[in-house]
Write a protein of this length. Structure first.
Length: 298
């Protein structure tokens, strides 16, 4: 029975990134003109999401493990301009998203990296484009939640350590994590390089989309995997949202002051943009765990 449940569930993949906190937290107003469509999303302006990174695998292959995707479509082959560690990135490809905690650590989803070796990954930061720009950093440590399991989707969270430390610029900065609860009917923003249609290829440019939080009760009624108080669900009027390539990426809320806080991490959902809510790991439920894994970086 569970195998059938998993077959129906798409655990979405975004980009993991590891970076350093600056003295000044990222404060910027989210573009109000965003369409309610990252299936159905639009190209994000350069620098609007400085905490966004791309998690890449070094070796050639499908862009995520087959158990976690709807279809094994062809992967993107990405080359980087900056390669301080002389990593072999010629066969690298985008696999997940993530967000900058500080210069040395990145937040992502456990299903992106569980049971994997740090040496299999590197991250690229500071560019909206997959095939150009940005700087490259090796993943040196992977800390994924011991309570995570693909059978139930709970505790889908991981912290990565990178080297060398990320240097902050106008297009590279850390994100603030929300430590309070977030309710229903809140406008939030998802960014990532997930497929822009289903089935489809990963886009070259970073995408963004407005979403709205929905109650967990409504979410539970549509998903066959459990949805707990440690998760957030989002939806849109037309059912657009996260897709393959978005996993691990940040869901953020902008406050009246202009401060942006991350409220969720892309975890799982049903077939991309088919009218089912997307499910995110709630950051506020894991603040103590994150602090323990990143040396009190938040």
């Amino acid at each position: 029975m569970l195998s059938r449940y998993l077959a129906a569930v798409v655990i979405i993949v975004l980009h993991c990134s590891c970076l350093v906190l600056s003295a000044k937290p990222f404060i910027k107003t989210i573009d109000p003109s965003l369409s309610w469509r990252i299936i159905g999303g639009s190209d994000a302006p350069e620098g609007l999401y400085p905490y966004q990174v791309s998690l890449r695998r070094k070796q050639l292959g499908p862009n995520v493990r087959s158990a976690y995707v709807i279809t094994e479509s062809s992967c993107e082959i990405n080359k980087q301009n900056t390669n301080p560690l002389e990593l072999d990135t010629t066969l690298g490809y985008h696999t997940c998203g993530g967000s900058i905690l500080n210069s040395d650590y990145v937040l992502t989803a456990a299903h992106c990296v569980s049971y994997e070796s740090p040496s299999d990954f590197y991250v690229v930061v500071g560019s909206n484009k997959l095939n150009s720009g940005g700087t490259t950093h090796a993943v040196t440590e992977i800390h994924w939640h011991s309570g995570f399991s693909i059978w139930h989707g709970q505790n889908d969270i991981a912290v990565l350590k990178v080297s060398p430390s990320i240097i902050f610029t106008k297009t590279i900065n850390s994100v603030i994590l929300e430590q309070e609860e977030i309710g229903s009917n809140e406008t939030v923003v998802l960014s990532g390089w997930g497929s822009t249609d289903f089935p489809g290829r990963i886009p070259e440019k970073l995408q963004h989309i407005n979403l709205e939080t929905v109650s967990n009760e409504y979410c539970k009624s549509l998903h066959q995997l459990p949805v707990s108080e440690h998760q957030i669900c989002t939806s849109t009027i037309k059912g657009e949202g996260a897709c393959k390539g978005d996993s691990g990426g940040p869901l953020v809320k902008t406050y009246p002051s202009g401060e942006v806080r991350q409220v969720g991490i892309v975890s799982f959902g049903r077939k991309c943009a088919k009218g089912y809510p997307d499910v995110f790991t709630k950051t506020s439920s894991f603040i103590s765990w994150i602090r323990d894994k990143c040396n009190n970086c938040v």
